[in-house]
Design a protein around this ligand. Structure first.
Ligand code: WT7
Length: 657
C-alpha cells in the first residue's frame, strides 16, 4: 500500500474527477488507432504474444543485420533483438536523406535572445558526420563514454547523435548541475571526454559553463580531452593540450563518416537519475530495443504526420529530451523545435509566441510549467494565435485536473486532445498514455498502458488490487526500452527494481486503477520527490546539507506546492556551537545549490533540536511530512521545531504496529 502520496497536490480533487472528453471524429479519422475497440484488440494481441508484437514493431526500422532471437530473459536482465545490428543515428538521419526529406527541416532552433537557425536533415547529417569524425580523431572509440554538458543549442543534438553514430556512449549532464555533480557523474562513468559550451543563456544572463567544467575536472582522471562549443563568447580559460574549440576541430573534419553497425545490445547512453538512497544512479540504455519502443511510441502517442511541427520543451539533460526531442521524432522524420531559454523571458508569453511564429502543431510540456502559466495570468496566452496546435502533451508528474482543464481550454481551445504520458528515465519510453484518436480522456489520469506494455497495480505480494484500491505500480513483462542495469552496479539494479514485488519491475510509484482500467498515479512510495517534474532523492539533499560544517543531522521531506508540485523542506539539527538564523538558512540553501544544483535548494530550512526517530533509528519521515505540510515558516522567524509534541505521536504509531 502506498504510504506516501506527497507528489500529488491535487489528490482530493483527483478522487472525485468525473469529466470525460471523447476524441473528436475529425481527429480519430486520421489517427493510427481510431477507437477504443481497436486499442483493446491491439492490446490483447500484444499481451498474448509480446515477442511477436515487438518483432513486428522492430521490423519498421532499419537493421544492418536482422536479429535471431527477439528476447532473452534472464530475470532481471533482458536482451532484445539478440544477434541484430542497427544504429540509431542511421535511423534518425541516413534513412531520410535518401528521400525527399533531405530538404525538410529537422531542427528549428531559437536562442533565448531571439537568434534562429534551421537545419535540414541533410545539414544535420553533415554536421553529425563531421563531429563523429572529430570524436574519432580525439581518440573516442566504440564503447567509450563521452560526457556532454551544454545548453540547448543544435550542437547538443549534434554531439548526442555523433556519439550514437560511432557507438560511443553519451552521458548528457543537465547544464544546471554543479561542478560536484559533474565530477561525480564523470567519475562514475569513467568518461574519456567532455563536450561542453563556454556558456549558456538563461533569463537574459549568460551562465559560464566552462568555469564549472574546469572546477569539476580537477578531480576527474579519466578525462583526456575537452571540446568547447562557443555560444556566449565570454572569456574562458582554455587549457593547452586538453581543451579544444569545437569550431577549430569541425573546420578540419571530413563530412564522410559511415554509421557503425552496432549490436542490438550495444550501450547507447547513460543518464543519471536520483534514487531513494545514496548517489545518483547511472541508468543504462541500449540500442535496438530502445529505438524500437521510443520511435514507435512517438508515432502513436503523438499521432505524428509528415507536416507536423513538434515542440517538446524539456531539456535534453533529462530522459524526455533524449527520447522525445531527439530519437523518437527524428527517427520518424519529424521537424522539431528546440528552444534555448526560459519560458518567461523576456515575458510570460515566450512559449505562446514561439508556437504562433513557428506554427507548432504538437506541444509537449510539464504540469509545473502549466501551473506557472496559470499564475502568470490568462492574458499572456489569449493574446496569441495558437490555432496551429492540434495535440497537447504533458509529462513528469501527475497533472491536477484544474491545470489539465486550463491547458485544455486556454491552450488547446477545447479542440486538442491532451496526452498525459506516464513513464520514467528507467522505462526509456512512454508506458501509459492516451492514444489521441481513441482514448476518452479524463483530467488527471495517464489512462491506459500502450500495447505491449503490461503494467498493473498490485499489492506487495504481487496480487492485483481491486478497482479503486491503491497499490504499487509494476510492470509484469520485460519491454524493449527498459533499462539494462545501473551502470557499474548490478546489485543496486536488482534491489531497487526487482526485489520489492516478486518477479515484477517496481516503478516506485503508487497508483490506483478506476472502473475503466484507467491508471491514476498517486505519487512516489519511496524517498524520491518530484520537484517541478524533476526527480530528487531526499537522501542526496540530506548528504549535501550534512557536508556543511554547521550541520549535525538533516532530514528532508516534501510538502505540496501550487506551482512546483512539491517543495522541499529541510529539518536541520545544528552542531552545538552554531546558531540557527536567517543568514545560516540562506547559507545552507546556497550550499545545497553548489553541491547538487539550484533545483535541489530546499524551499524551507527549519531548525530542530533533534529529529524524531523510531527505536531502530529510522527518521520518521511521515511525521516530518505532516509537519512540513501543515506549518509554514514565514520570513525571518527562526523557529525551533519542538519534537516533544511528536513523541506522543511516535508512541501511538509504534503501538499500532
Ligand atoms: C517519475 C519519473 C518521464 C520523463 C520525466 C520524468 C513521475 C512522470 C508522470 C505522469 C504522473 C508522472 C512518476 C515517475 N511521472 N510522468 N504523466 N503522471 N507522474 O522522469 O525523472 O525518471 O521521473 O516521474 O513519479 O516515477 P523521471
Amino acid at each position: 500500500m502506498p504510504t506516501n502520496t506527497e507528489s500529488n497536490a491535487g489528490i482530493s480533487s483527483v478522487l472525485h474527477e468525473q469529466r470525460v472528453f471523447k476524441p473528436g471524429p475529425e481527429f480519430s479519422e486520421g489517427a493510427t488507432i481510431k477507437s477504443m475497440d481497436e486499442y483493446e484488440k491491439q492490446y490483447k494481441i500484444a499481451a498474448d504474444d509480446p515477442q511477436k508484437y515487438w518483432a513486428n514493431v522492430a521490423s519498421q526500422y532499419h537493421w544492418f543485420k536482422k536479429w535471431d532471437t527477439v528476447l532473452e530473459w534472464n530475470e532481471p536482465f533482458s536482451k532484445w533483438f539478440v544477434g541484430g545490428e542497427t544504429n540509431l543515428c542511421y535511423n534518425a538521419l541516413d534513412v531520410h536523406i535518401n528521400t525527399w526529406r533531405k530538404n525538410k527541416a529537422a531542427i528549428i532552433w531559437e536562442g533565448e535572445p531571439g537568434d534562429q537557425r534551421t537545419l535540414t536533415y541533410l545539414q544535420l547529417h553533415r554536421e553529425v558526420s563531421k563531429f563523429a569524425n572529430v570524436l574519432k580523431r580525439r581518440g573516442i572509440q566504440k564503447g567509450d563514454r563521452v560526457a556532454i554538458y551544454m545548453g540547448m543549442t543544435p550542437e547538443l543534438v549534434i554531439a548526442v547523435l555523433a556519439c550514437a553514430r560511432i557507438g560511443a556512449v553519451h552521458n548528457v549532464i543537465f547544464a544546471g548541475f554543479s561542478a560536484h555533480a559533474l565530477t561525480e557523474r564523470i567519475n562514475d562513468s569513467h568518461a574519456k571526454m567532455i563536450v561542453c559550451a563556454d556558456g549558456t543563456i538563461r533569463r537574459g544572463k549568460s551562465l559560464n559553463l566552462k568555469e564549472v567544467v574546469d572546477e569539476a575536472l580537477v578531480d576527474t582522471p579519466s578525462i583526456q580531452n575537452v571540446i568547447v562549443y562557443q555560444r556566449t563568447k565570454e572569456t574562458i580559460h582554455m587549457q593547452d593540450g586538453r581543451d579544444h574549440w569545437w569550431h577549430d576541430l569541425m573546420g578540419l573534419a571530413s563530412e564522410y563518416c559511415p554509421a557503425e553497425s552496432l549490436d542490438s545490445e550495444h550501450p547507447l547512453f547513460i543518464l543519471y537519475t536520483s534514487g531513494s538512497t545514496g548517489k545518483p544512479k547511472g541508468i543504462l540504455h541500449s540500442t535496438g530495443g530502445y529505438m524500437t519502443h521510443v520511435a514507435n511510441s512517438f508515432k502513436h502517442v503523438f499521432d505524428v504526420k509528415e507536416q507536423d511541427i513538434y515542440w517538446c520543451t524539456a531539456d535534453i539533460g533529462w530522459i524526455t529530451g533524449h527520447s522525445y526531442m531527439i530519437y523518437g521524432p527524428l527517427i520518424n522524420g519529424s521537424t522539431i523545435v528546440v528552444y534555448e531559454g526560459a519560458p518567461n523571458y523576456p515575458q510570460w508569453d515566450r512559449f505562446w509566441d514561439i508556437i504562433q511564429r513557428h506554427k507548432v502543431t504538437i506541444f509537449y510540456t510539464a504540469p509545473t510549467a502549466i501551473r506557472a502559466f496559470i499564475r502568470a495570468g490568462d492574458e499572456w496566452v489569449t493574446k496569441h494565435d495558437l490555432s496551429s496546435l492540434r495535440l497537447l502533451g504533458t509529462v513528469g508528474e501527475p497533472i491536477n485536473p484544474e491545470a489539465w482543464m486550463w491547458y485544455y481550454k486556454n491552450v488547446g481551445k477545447e479542440k486538442c486532445p491532451i496526452v498525459d504520458t506516464w513513464w520514467q528515465t528507467e522505462t526509456g519510453g512512454i508506458m501509459i498514455s492516451p492514444l489521441p484518436g481513441a482514448t476518452p480522456l479524463k483530467p488527471g489520469t495517464a489512462t491506459r498502458p500502450l500495447p505491449g506494455i503490461l503494467v498493473d497495480v498490485v499489492h506487495k505480494d504481487g496480487t492485483p488490487c481491486q478497482a479503486n484500491e491503491g497499490g504499487f505500480l509494476v510492470v509484469k513483462h520485460p519491454w524493449p526500452s527498459m533499462l539494462r542495469t545501473i551502470y557499474g552496479d548490478e546489485e543496486r539494479y536488482k534491489t531497487t527494481y526487482w526485489s520489492e514485488v516478486d518477479g515484477m519491475y517496481f516503478t516506485g510509484d503508487g497508483a490506483r486503477k478506476d472502473n475503466d482500467g484507467y491508471i491514476w498515479i498517486m505519487g512516489r512510495v519511496d524517498d524520491v520527490v518530484n520537484i517541478s517534474g524533476h526527480r530528487l532523492g531526499t537522501s542526496e539533499v540530506e548528504s549535501a546539507l550534512v557536508s556543511h560544517e554547521a550541520v549535525a543531522e538533516a532530514a528532508v521531506v516534501s510538502r505540496p506546492d501550487e506551482v512546483k508540485g512539491n517543495a522541499l523542506v529541510a529539518f536541520v539539527t545544528l552542531k552545538e556551537e552554531f546558531e540557527g538564523n536567517q543568514k545560516l538558512r540562506e547559507e545552507l540553501r546556497a550550499h545545497v545549490a553548489k553541491e547538487i544544483g539550484p533545483i535541489a535548494k530546499p524551499d524551507d530550512v527549519r531548525w530542530a533540536a533533534a529529529l524524531p526517530k523510531t527505536r531502530s533509528g529510522k527518521i520518521m519521515r511521515r511525521l516530518l511530512r505532516e509537519m512540513a505540510s501543515s506549518k509554514e515558516v514565514k520570513g525571518d522567524v527562526t523557529t525551533l521545531e519542538d519534537f516533544t509534541v511528536l513523541e506522543k505521536l511516535r508512541e501511538e504509531e509504534e503501538e499500532s504496529k
